[in-house]
Design a protein around this ligand. Structure first.
Ligand SMILES: Nc1ncnc2c1ncn2[C@@H]1O[C@H](COP(=O)(O)OP(=O)(O)O)[C@@H](O)[C@H]1O
Ligand SMILES: [Mg+2]
Length: 249
């Protein structure tokens, strides 16, 4: 069975339910998740590769239970964070990309070939020996994509992957995401990124309040935001716990 399944999944932080009995079967190639800050999007997305374990319910990826088969799941699911610094783990660009393959036990030549291909695909060949932390924000996010894709995941989950980027780099990253063959789950406030997706999940207060094609779901989300407009919110700025958590890579 392929796809991502949430079976009555709930999760609370400090006694407050932030994901509330969500059931979904995501088999479409490109799925967007939208919702106001704090609506539970990141928590939901993180459950797909076990970065967050649900208090109740089950999450399955291609029939594998994330709770009990986490290692297999993490090999299938690549996760792209808002803040690319979160997922840089090695000193140089090339080493960082190669790090993903450390458990794949590939012959050296094959591993090198895959790293070279990933670097080339994301325009990083020239930067291969640079210190990863010195890259620009846009380059770091391309490195994050290269480091995820080199593992040949079946699913790529990206949590606000363009939020911290300037418009030009956001477009560049969006173009790369749009070109992926893998199943893609993207959390974003940049709705133009999601307009040609197959399916949009709208979250509000930890629940799925709309689940439809973009032409129906995105206007619904805009209506929710407009209704909330009196509130503070700085939509799109919630790097939140991403900045401190490890990557699951
Ligand atoms: N690690 C955590 N510890 C405590 N509270 C958290 C943690 N992660 C998220 N939350 C809270 O859970 C709620 C949902 O967060 P999140 O899933 O990040 O929402 P979104 O991604 O939609 O902004 C928010 O109120 C947030 O503050
Ligand atoms: Mg979030």
């Amino acid at each position: 069975m392929s796809g991502i399944v949430f079976e009555r999944v709930s999760h609370a932080f400090d006694g407050r339910r932030v994901v509330d009995s969500v059931s979904l079967e995501l088999t479409e190639r490109r799925v967007g998740i939208v919702g106001a800050n704090g609506s539970g999007k990141s928590t939901l997305a993180r459950m797909i590769n076990g970065l967050v374990e649900p208090d109740s319910g089950r999450v399955l990826v291609d029939g594998l239970d994330v709770a009990t088969q986490g290692r297999e799941v993490r090999r299938r699911v690549g996760f792209v964070f808002t803040n690319a610094d979160t997922q840089i783990v090695m000193p140089t660009v090339r080493e960082d990309v190669a790090f993903t393959l450390r458990r794949h036990r590939l012959p050296r030549a094959e591993a090198d070939g895959r790293v070279d291909a990933a670097l080339a695909r994301f325009g990083l060949t020239e930067l291969a020996d640079r210190p990863a932390h010195r890259l620009s924000g846009g380059q770091k996010q391309l490195l994050a994509l290269a480091s995820v894709l080199v593992g040949h995941p079946a699913v790529v989950v990206a949590d606000e992957p363009t939020t911290l980027l300037d418009a030009r780099n956001a477009r560049r990253v969006a173009r790369h995401l749009a070109a992926l063959d893998e199943q893609l789950v993207v959390v974003s406030h940049q709705l133009e990124l999601l307009e040609d997706f197959d399916r949009i999940i709208v979250m509000d207060g930890g629940r799925v309040v709309c689940d439809d094609v973009p032409a129906a779901a995105l206007p619904r989300y805009r209506a929710i935001i407009d209704a909330d407009d009196a509130d503070e919110t700085d939509a799109g700025r919630d790097a939140g716990p991403d900045a401190v958590e490890r990557t699951g890579r």
